[in-house]
Design a protein around this ligand. Structure first.
Ligand SMILES: [Zn+2]
Length: 578
């Protein structure tokens, strides 16, 4: 144990090739060295633990190396390289601006700049956390930075590029370091483990890498911690216990409960999680980011944004394919609400249980036919298709299902008016799960009427969401004088929920009234514009954000006038304007 070195130091890279996760950047640096095109000042930007200081040291070593390799790496054997590796080279000066940020510190630095290099060609000054320099220190430094002696190279490093003065930025060659990906970190940890003779499970290294959040140094110190407590046998189980990480399989099992609308199962899993001592707020956030990752796994384009190993990604893709995108939008929104409300909730467990119930309902068969809604136009032409919608209630009742995933619906939905899965709107009353739908009881004669009317002249032209937004805009353009209407429409653009159903979210009750009053005319306009009579818009009210404080003057006046006819008369009779 006497020679124990933490891995972050022991496995500090000594050549550009051994720097983890910065391939493109180190290649550029090597090329600059190999072709002898050196700037006199560099700025290395990037978050902590991504290799900025390591690269600066390797750079300093390489440009002083007596026999650099043709591809721009140091030989690590010559006198100069050895002096660097043993930390006794005088050609490298490191200053941590976080603790040495005064004018005096800079003055002593600029004095050192005058000293000629020994045993090499260049003296390299590394100023770490350079954004921490006081502005007077910055100014004192500027002149030296502008015209340093030919043998001096400055490498400034910062985690906060936006705090660097433009005068400094313009004098430096800038290199942006990437966060290190989980895959790169896992590879490196595996390499370190091999060198140390540890046995590892790759899944365990994945947990360590995710926990390190893009910083290799952190990954290595977490790795040391786990290795020490597991005596060099790094298993997944050991690692999640040691790091107090919730086993991902809980989230996977919960997803299965959501997909099968299995409320009891979801609640039981939540109890298990609590019994293991996990905090509920932590759980909500973990679930939210798991859902976010799944959503990213839904399309190849967004899959790129998922920082995970290939086989982990593959599993996410398979799981994500079991739900429509709308499920994830709604689920993430529900988690976000729960997160925001958590602190105020007097009964936290109840809040989480309610969240899980709602999540189970998103995919519940009772959600299959779209929600209530005035102006709802379900195509009811022949009895055959009409029956397809609300009928299969008994079949829909979800029996509590054990683990193996079972889909409530066939993978390929039947053609014709296949009931599209629909996320539960935030404020809407929905049944707990299964059972007959509220809607069956709620059908109004008025709705029946519209159905018959629609059956006669139904147009079913195809259209894109962009065209809907365009028509929405056109309607606004056609009513230029109606400021309140135009503002409301602009702030609540229709969002496609399923099939031909769109939803707008307004901020308050006055806006709901306004839009409801306008809806028949607006819908007629949209349906004409898009030659499709199935288009439907439902209005949701956003109670979280809605308060009179968010209204502009006009909306407020409109509201007051609605509440108070006397004021409206006053405004009208004196032709008052804002
Ligand atoms: Zn060398």
């Amino acid at each position: 144990m006497e020679n124990y070195l933490v891995s972050a130091r022991k496995y500090r890279p000594s050549t550009f090739d051994s720097v983890v996760g910065q391939k493109a950047l180190t290649l550029t640096l090597r090329n600059a060295i190999a072709t002898n095109k050196l700037a006199h000042a560099y700025l290395f930007c990037g978050s902590r633990g991504v290799g900025k200081t390591s690269c600066a040291r390797i750079f300093a070593k390489t440009i002083n190396c007596q026999h650099p390799t043709p591809d721009g790496n140091p030989c690590n054997e010559c006198d100069s390289c050895r002096a660097f590796n043993e930390g006794r080279s005088l050609n490298i000066v490191e200053l941590d601006a976080a603790s040495n940020n005064s004018v005096d510190d800079i003055r002593s630095l600029t004095e050192q700049v005058q000293v000629l290099p020994t045993n090499g060609k260049y003296r390299v000054f590394i100023i770490d956390e350079v954004h921490m320099l006081s502005s007077s220190a910055f100014n004192a430094f500027l002149k030296t930075l502008e015209e340093p002696p030919g043998y001096v190279i400055f490498i400034l490093a910062t985690t906060e590029k936006h705090k660097i003065l433009p005068t400094i930025l313009s004098r430096c060659q800038i290199y942006d370091f990437n966060r290190i990906t989980v895959a790169d970190m896992v590879d490196h940890l595996e390499y370190v483990a091999r060198q140390e003779g540890y046995t590892t499970e790759r899944q365990a290294l994945n947990v360590i890498a995710s926990k390190a959040d893009g910083a290799m140094r952190d990954a290595l110190s977490i790795f040391d911690q786990v290795a020490a407590s597991s005596r060099g046998n790094i298993t997944y189980r050991q690692t999640i216990d040691n790091l107090n990480v919730l086993d991902e399989s809980y989230y996977t099992r919960l997803m299965e409960a959501f997909i099968t609308a299995n409320v009891p199962q979801a609640l039981l899993i939540y109890k298990e999680i609590r019994d293991k001592g996990f905090d509920s707020h932590f759980f909500i956030n973990g679930l939210a980011s798991f859902l976010r990752d799944l959503m990213m796994a839904q399309t190849p384009v967004t899959l790129e944004m998922l920082d995970a190993e290939v086989d982990v990604k593959q599993k996410m893709v398979e799981l994500a394919a079991k739900c429509p995108p709308q499920f994830f939008y709604a689920a993430m929104s529900l988690c976000n609400d729960a997160d925001l409300n958590y602190r105020q909730a007097s009964n936290k467990n109840f809040l989480v249980e309610l969240l899980l119930i709602k999540l189970c309902q998103l995919q519940s068969p009772s959600q299959n036919f779209s929600d209530d809604g005035e102006g709802q136009l379900k195509p009811i032409v022949a009895d055959k298709t009409a029956a397809a919608a609300p009928q299969p209630a008994p079949k829909a009742a979800p029996a509590p299902q054990p683990s193996p995933v079972q889909h409530p619906r066939p993978a390929t939905p039947p053609p014709a008016p296949a009931p599209a899965p629909q996320p539960a709107a935030r404020r809407k009353t929905t049944l707990m799960s299964g059972g007959p739908s509220l809607r069956d009881l709620k059908k109004t004669p008025q709705q029946a009427e519209t159905h018959t009317a629609a059956a006669v002249t139904r147009r079913t032209g195809s259209y894109t969401v962009e065209q809907v937004l365009k028509a929405w805009q056109d309607y606004m353009t056609n009513h230029p004088t109606e400021q309140v209407l135009v503002n409301t429409m602009r702030a609540s653009l229709p969002v496609k929920i399923s099939g031909d159903t769109f939803r707008i979210t307004v901020e308050n009750h006055a806006q709901t009234n306004l839009m409801s009053a306008r809806m028949p005319e607006l819908l007629a306009f949209l349906r004409d514009s898009l030659s499709n009579d199935l288009i439907t818009i439902e209005i949701a009210e956003n109670h979280d954000a809605g308060s009179p404080h968010t209204w502009n003057d006009r909306e407020l006046l409109h509201h007051i006038m609605q509440q108070n006819p006397a004021i409206r008369d006053l405004v009208d009779s004196f032709k008052l304007t804002l």
